[in-house]
Design a protein around this ligand. Sequence first.
Ligand code: ATP
Length: 142
Amino acid sequence: MPLTVEVITAERSVVAQEADMVVAPTMEGVIGILPRHAPLLTALGPGVMILKKNGAEENLAISGGFLEVRHNHVLVLADTAEREDEIDEQRATAARVRAEEALRDAAQHPQDLSTEAARIALRRSMARLDVVQRRRRRRPNP
Ligand code: ATP
């Protein structure tokens, strides 16, 4: 029996589909979830979520949130989530450049909250660009 996967944000439902396997970016590292997984509730960090079904992959960029596994159902409440075709690459690149500049300027203040915010913004933008790269590797001519 496959997993059912639901990814929602405060604004919308992003994905509702079946999957043979789910890979998710938790705060402690990447986890793989197969059918019959034990019940789980965990926090997600910025990263790529992968849904595998019949040998095909769908990738989502997630900025953070919570993931619950129960009775073969994976529920993700995400701060933000975008499917691969929704990601604006130029916007993500601009966000990455801004975050890198902020981190360079903040090198003298590594403990500041704004420095931590820039680090997280950088990881968000990298997750989005990672999803764009994966899409491109799979479909070289868009
Ligand atoms: P930016 O600095 O470009 O606004 P951000 O990381 O601060 O990026 P978020 O606060 O994570 O943006 O997201 C705000 C909204 O914009 C969310 O709905 C998110 O899904 C969407 N979003 C952010 N970046 C992109 C992108 N590159 N492509 C498509 N949607 C995006």
